[in-house]
Design a protein around this ligand. Structure first.
Ligand code: ACM
Ligand code: ZN
Length: 483
């Protein structure tokens, strides 16, 4: 019989026509298998699972769950030999712009684990809020979490948002992820997207003036000062605080959208540049990212940054670059040529906060995971990530329908890489697996919305663009020139 599994396994060997016994009779770690590789045998005596690790055994169990959805009465006899093409198959949720309670995060995490994703990039701080309790700098959650209004795009509300995750809640999320084979990659963005930090500790900016947590979207000119030693002390202490919560090997330290206007006028930033023999502001940013990456490295952690952090050309080759701006491959090529590694999450294919009329399910599926420009270094492309920024996502239902089923398509891109069987095959398997979403209590965009007819796609695109006024577009252009 035709079976449907997402992500498509590397090898399915059908074993006659008989029915398999549904009980697991053997579950073992096999050191001969790769860490994420598993072998699953279903026959008339029962089910046996072998995995290269505990996580790989979980993948085998997810596969069994999918088989059971399709053949609840009569499991087919077969063997599946499977392993991922890419080690980085991440999903991202922005909890800074809008807060999602722990129970909702857990639902999302469980569904992602089901599709064999292995990293949760937790974006919990930004200009519009810092949302994790910080023991060393409590004003981060006492002031930095408090946003007096919500004015993203066309939406306006004066309601105060002041929620954050307590340390106990964070620990619970981390251990929940661990139990599902998922590593949490926390992100502290620096030097930009720092308005909530500066609202709590204004002295960390170049001019030290008081400011409020941002209530609007955009790119903000006030960033962390790179000249003041106390900024580095602050970041290091905050990272220590987070390292107590997150055992993860990888820590994201941001680096995107940091306009350099303040640094250009700041005597301390200028002095730092001179002392360190740096040629430009982009190199000054590289200096900051490198110093923090070194701090993490000394503690056994690895830094991940957004692609802008590589613009100065002086980024430590051990730092992983996450490419999100699609035409910037050339900016990371130099980093890759030096032996660096990258994650691909271009806006066009991976940003699931855009409506389906802009980023269809098929577009997510069609991500080129070794684009021409980077083909020569494809072994240094770690994988991919799907993202949900939440400026326009205010509740759990919207979060789920924006992410699902697009996150499942991204999961298959990461797992299958170049060996993806194609969008039509994916869509067919997805339809067979729809009951799973119901079983997990996940709201999913219905089939008619996955790939929209041109007219409807255009309508959605125009509707989305209303979130950006003419002035805000002009302002954005100006600020982008400073990055
Ligand atoms: C980003 O979307 N600013 C990484
Ligand atoms: Zn400064």
């Amino acid at each position: 019989m035709q079976i449907s599994v997402i992500p498509e396994p590397k090898r399915i060997i059908e074993d006659g026509g008989g029915a398999a016994k549904a009980a697991v009779i053997e579950r073992k770690i096999d050191q001969k298998l790769q860490e994420e590789e598993y072998r699953l045998r279903l026959n008339k005596d029962g089910i046996s699972i072998a995995g290269g690790s505990e996580r790989a055994c979980l993948y085998a169990e997810a596969t069994i769950e999918q088989l059971k959805v399709q053949c609840p009465e009569r499991l087919p006899c077969l063997t599946i030999e499977d392993r991922p093409s890419h080690p980085w198959r991440a999903f991202h949720i922005d909890c800074a712009r809008h807060f999602f309670p722990s129970d909702e995060l857990k639902k999302m995490i469980k569904m992602c684990a089901h599709f064999k994703m292995n990293r949760f990039h937790w974006h919990f701080m930004d200009d519009q809020g810092w949302r994790i309790e910080c023991s060393r700098y409590p004003l981060l959650h006492q002031i930095g979490a408090v946003r007096k209004g919500d004015h993203f795009g066309c939406y306006h509300s004066e309601e105060i948002e002041d929620r954050y995750y307590t340390r106990d809640e964070v620990k619970e999320i981390v251990s929940y992820c661990e139990s599902l084979g998922i590593e949490v990659v926390p992100e502290v963005d620096m030097p930009g997207h720092a308005t909530a930090i500066l609202a709590a500790y204004p002295e960390l900016g170049c001019h030290g003036k008081k400011m409020e947590v941002a209530t609007r979207q955009g790119i903000f000119r006030d960033i962390l000062c790179c000249g003041k030693e106390e900024v580095f002390t602050f970041i290091e202490n905050v990272l220590d605080d987070l390292m107590d919560l997150f055992p993860s090997k990888y820590f994201h330290i941001g680096g995107d959208e940091a306009p350099k206007e303040r640094w250009k006028k700041c005597p301390l930033c200028q002095k730092r540049m001179e002392q360190e023999g740096l040629a430009n502001m982009q190199q000054l940013q590289g200096y900051m990212e490198n110093r923090i990456a070194a701090y993490l490295k000394e503690r056994g952690r690895m830094a991940v940054v957004w692609n802008e952090a590589a613009n100065g050309g002086n980024l430590d080759p051990d730092t992983i670059v996450q490419l999100w701006i699609e035409d910037k491959e050339h900016m990371v090529e130099y980093h890759l040529a030096k032996g660096g590694k990258a994650i691909l999450s271009p806006v066009k294919n991976c940003y699931c906060d855009y409506p389906y009329g802009v980023t269809s399910l098929e577009t997510v599926y069609q991500l080129d995971d070794s684009p021409g420009e980077l083909a020569e270094v494809k072994d240094r492309i770690l994988g991919t990530e799907c993202l949900a920024w939440t400026e326009y996502i205010r509740d759990a239902g919207k979060l789920e329908t924006m992410c699902w089923p697009r996150y499942a398509a991204s999961a298959e891109v990461g797992w299958c890489g170049k060996e993806r069987p194609g969008y039509l095959s994916f869509e067919k398997r997805l339809k067979a697996l729809l009951p799973l979403f119901e079983a997990y209590g996940i709201q999913i965009t219905e089939e008619s919305g996955w790939v929209l007819p041109e007219e409807e796609a255009k309508r959605q695109k125009e509707e989305f663009q209303k979130n950006f006024s003419e002035e805000s577009r002009e302002e954005l252009k100006k600020v982008q020139e400073e990055i």
